[in-house]
Design a protein around this ligand. Structure first.
Ligand SMILES: C[S@@+](CC[C@H](N)C(=O)[O-])C[C@H]1O[C@@H](n2cnc3c(N)ncnc32)[C@H](O)[C@@H]1O
Length: 282
């Protein structure tokens, strides 16, 4: 068998990297620094080989062409985005939900008489929205009146989220009692896979949503929105524009959670601080 290694010998030209960068920034807000060039080359290489193309130039001509481009642009975005996540990531957020925020909302009839609407706006492969659903189920019971909307720009990660199947290793950060309550083990034990039970799966609804676009696919009057570890990829004006749009989907009095390394410092937003990285929509 002959393996075509030509693509491994090529470099993405400075001109093509600039073109790719401005396309990515325009379409999804992600700013690719100069230092990301070799990361981009590596990720594109795999896609180019899968399509049987000769190299970066042929691929970029194809992806930027009006005719076939649109479908491939989704793949390109899938390839470029960074989807690192985990269950109970930045766990003090979930503790604040359980100990401070949910009791306040429950007192007002939310979660029982009135539905609580939660949103994970960069859900990646589902670990964040399923963690939110487990925290809600622990507080209100699995029959609690709540829904978790999980959105992301990357179509591949949404598919993983919908399947709700994870390796036992990934599920290690879920406390044992919650795993027992909300997950099922694969019949084939050797596979070392676990899956969320249908009761939890039915609480989480996945859909593609690009935060850079004008209209979002989630309903209005969201009660709790998680926008964690995504705005770090955008420049400050884009962060401010996107956070303002996200706020327009949160009801006054609702909550916004940002990642621990993210900040709204210097931005004009309809938010007041509840605790560090947790905000209330004014
Ligand atoms: C690092 S992950 C964060 C996942 C999760 N929120 C967490 O904190 O663990 C960032 C996610 O943001 C998504 N993303 C990047 N740009 C986006 C955009 N313009 N609209 C929606 N999602 C986007 C990526 O596809 C990726 O899944």
């Amino acid at each position: 068998m002959t393996v075509d290694n030509a693509i491994f010998d090529q470099e993405l030209s400075a001109k093509n990297f600039t073109m790719l960068r401005s396309f990515i920034e325009k379409s999804c807000g992600i700013k690719l620094a100069d230092t990301k060039k070799s990361m981009v080359e590596g990720r594109l290489r795999k896609r180019i080989r899968a399509l049987g193309m000769s190299g970066y130039k042929e691929y970029l001509d194809y992806v930027m062409a009006l005719e076939n481009g649109a479908a491939e642009q989704l793949h390109l975005i899938d390839v470029i985005t960074t989807n690192k996540t985990e269950f109970f990531r930045e766990n003090n957020h979930f503790e604040s939900m359980t100990n401070q925020i949910l009791p306040l909302l429950a007192d007002k009839g939310f979660g029982s008489l009135q539905q609580l609407k939660l949103w994970s706006c960069a859900s990646s492969t589902g670990e964040e929205p399923y963690t939110m659903a487990m925290v809600m189920a622990e507080f209100f019971g699995i029959r609690g009146n709540f829904a978790v909307y999980a959105t992301d720009i990357n179509t591949a990660v949404l598919e993983t989220g919908r399947k709700a199947i994870y390796t036992e290793e990934k599920a290690q950060s879920i406390p044992f009692d919650l795993k027992k309550k909300y997950m099922l083990r694969s019949v084939e034990r050797a596979d070392k896979l676990v899956r969320f039970r249908p009761e939890i799966r039915s609480k989480v609804k996945f859909a593609r949503n690009n935060l850079k676009e004008n209209k979002y696919v989630v309903p209005e009057k969201i009660d709790i929105a998680f926008c964690r570890n995504v705005i770090i990829y955008f420049d400050t004006p884009t962060q401010e524009m996107i956070l303002n749009k996200i706020c327009s989907y949160i009801r006054p009095g609702g909550y916004l959670f940002l990642g621990h390394s993210e900040s709204v410092h210097g931005m004009t937003l309809p938010l007041k601080t509840f605790s560090p990285t947790i905000y209330i929509r004014t």
